[in-house]
Design a protein around this ligand. Structure first.
Ligand code: SAM
Length: 195
C-alpha cells in the first residue's frame, strides 16, 4: 500500500520528538502486562530505544496493554546486567538504579537533563545485587501507603515523566530530530514508513 502523505507527516513528527539520551533498562521484568505498560510509557515519553536483561529461559511476550508500542520503541536485549551497564555507560548514560533502600535519593532531587537511564528491577525481588553495584546513583519514589512498593511500570512512568518535565523546563526537549545523527534518523524513518 502506498504511504499516504498524512501518515508520513505523522511518522516524521513523532521521530522529530524522539529522545535518544533518555532510556530505561529493565532487569528481569518479565510479566507481559508490566513490560507492555513500560513500552507504552516509553513510546508516550518519546524514548528512542529501551533496554532489557532477561532470564535466559524466558521468551518475551507483550499483550494488548502495549497497544503496539513495541513496534515503535525497540527493546534492545543484553546478555547480562554488566553488558547492559557497559553499553549504556560507553554512550555517556548515567545509570539511576531504583532502590527502596534507606540510602537512596528522592528521585525529585536528581538532574535528568543529561543522558539518563532509569534501571528498574524484577517484580518480586527488585534490582539484583550486581545491578545495584553498577549504578551511578540510587533513587526512590517516596510513597505514603501501606504497600511496600509501586508496580514497576508505574515507577517507570513517574521517572520518565519527571525527566521530561525537567527537560521541558530547561528547554532541551528535541522538536526537530535534534540529537539523532542524520543517517540514524533516515534509517528509522525508512523502517517506520516501510515496516
Ligand atoms: N521487593 C522489591 C524490592 O524491594 O525492590 C519490590 C520490587 S518492585 C515491585 C519492582 C520494581 O519497581 C523495583 O525494582 C523498582 O524498579 C520499581 N519500584 C517500585 N516501587 C518503587 C519506588 N517507590 N521507587 C522507585 N522504584 C520503585
Amino acid at each position: 500500500m502506498p504511504l499516504l502523505p498524512r501518515r508520513f507527516k505523522k511518522l516524521k513528527s513523532i521521530l522529530n520528538r524522539r529522545i535518544s539520551d533518555l532510556t530505561i533498562l529493565v532487569e528481569q521484568v518479565e510479566k507481559p502486562h508490566n513490560l507492555s505498560a513500560i513500552m507504552r510509557t516509553c513510546d508516550a515519553a518519546g524514548v528512542l530505544e529501551a533496554h532489557a536483561v532477561a532470564r535466559e529461559t524466558k521468551t518475551r511476550t507483550f499483550n494488548s496493554t502495549a497497544q503496539g508500542s513495541q513496534k515503535w520503541v525497540p527493546l534492545k536485549d543484553h546478555k547480562n546486567i554488566e553488558a547492559a551497564a557497559l553499553f549504556l555507560k560507553k554512550q555517556g548514560f548515567k545509570l539511576y538504579g531504583t532502590n527502596l533502600s534507606v540510602d537512596a535519593i528522592d528521585y525529585r532531587y536528581c538532574d535528568y537533563t543529561g543522558p539518563t537511564a532509569f534501571v528498574l528491577g524484577a517484580e518480586k525481588w527488585g534490582l539484583s545485587e550486581p545491578a545495584t553495584r553498577l549504578m551511578d546513583a540510587a533513587i526512590y519514589i517516596p510513597m505514603r501507603g501501606m504497600v511496600q512498593s509501586l508496580n514497576v511500570s508505574v515507577a517507570a512512568s513517574a521517572l520518565l515523566f519527571e525527566a521530561l518535565r525537567q527537560r521541558e523546563v530547561s528547554g532541551t526537549l528535541p522538536q526537530n530530530g535534534e540529537g539523532l545523527p542524520n543517517e540514524i534518523y533516515e534509517k528509522i524513518l525508512f523502517e517506520w514508513c516501510y515496516p
